[in-house]
Design a protein around this ligand. Structure first.
Ligand code: SD4
Length: 302
């Protein structure tokens, strides 16, 4: 039994390759890294890795995390610049007894010491996008318009279950701002016994609900991946509404040790990719219902 699930439609091509690896017996961690590094290296995907969304000062600052559900160990980097593949740094940090979450300069020095490739993560297009935002004086509001974190959960034939995330965070974020993506329990969590979960959307909202841990915790108490996603999301949204807030912008995915998956969102539509023995499928949560996406619908999806 193997399975993989990843956020947004941008993950479809790399999940096809990662699914192939799992089919050939690769470890879940290798599949997660395959799916995420391809996205990090693609400059046309502007919210992750190379060509990512700059912060308010025009720097592409990266957050990433990796958790091994068999050991419950995790590694993460946050607010780091110039690391070509943040997920590789997070994976290397996973498994350390101490110093497994590094921020800023410490994360960058770690990547250099480990011989990971470094590069200027800005592209002409990302700088253009930033200059345009400055020109339009959208410093505040536009921060919450453009964002798409890649989150990948993979299960291998040996029961390995791994969660990984990588993002440049919210466009025009404040220098030093960290979202949910590198925060254990908020942006990701994995326990090979019960399941894995990850979140994408506005980190400031997701982290208040510790959504990923909450989903795995519900699975631990017997919920299916889909029930856990819906319950965690509905409960947190209800609390927000009680507090006089709106539902916000949050989406979650989950994967159970039996290969079944779940997803939930506060958006009208949230696309994600699923790979398993039956192939790779582009799916979406639409009006609260998970469906497979038809070819005609793909172009209209975020
Ligand atoms: C963040 N959660 O930095 C990330 C952004 C994101 O889809 O997921 N975008 O808050």
């Amino acid at each position: 039994m193997h399975a993989i699930i990843a956020t947004w439609k941008m993950s479809y091509p790399s999940v096809c390759d990662a699914q192939h690896l799992l089919q050939e017996g690769a470890a879940a961690g290798d599949a997660v890294v395959e799916a995420i590094t391809q996205i990090e290296d693609d400059p046309t995907l502007n919210s992750v890795g190379y060509g990512g969304l700059p912060d308010r000062d025009g720097h592409v600052m990266l957050d990433a995390a990796y958790m091994d559900g068999q050991t419950l160990r995790c590694g993460a980097i946050m607010s780091a610049e110039g690391i070509r593949n943040p997920i590789l740094a997070a994976r290397k940090l996973c498994g350390r007894e101490s110093n497994c979450v590094l921020a800023g300069r410490g994360a960058e020095l770690f990547a250099i010491e480990e011989g990971l490739p470094m590069r200027d993560m800005c592209t002409h297009a990302s700088m253009q996008h930033w200059r345009e935002a400055i020109r339009m004086e959208h410093r505040k509001l536009s921060a919450y318009r453009d964002h798409d974190t890649v989150c990948v959960l993979a299960l291998d034939e040996d029961g390995g279950l791994v969660a990984g995330t990588s993002t440049s965070g919210l466009f025009m974020k404040a220098p030093g701002r960290v979202g949910d993506s590198p925060l254990i329990g908020s942006g990701y969590y994995a326990d090979a016994r019960y399941g894995a979960a990850a979140a994408t959307g506005v980190g400031e909202e997701i982290m208040r609900g510790c959504l990923s841990y909450e989903i795995v915790s519900l699975m631990k108490r017997g919920a299916s991946a889909q029930q856990a996603c819906e319950e965690a999301m509905n409960d947190f949204v209800s609390r927000k509404l009680e507090l006089g807030e709106d539902a916000g912008s949050m989406s979650v995915i989950a994967l159970a040790p039996d290969g079944t998956f779940g997803a939930a969102t506060t958006l009208d539509v949230f696309p994600f990719t699923v790979g398993n023995e039956s192939g790779v499928h582009l799916c979406a949560v639409k009006n609260g219902v998970v469906t497979e996406v038809t070819e005609e619908e793909v172009a209209k999806l975020p």
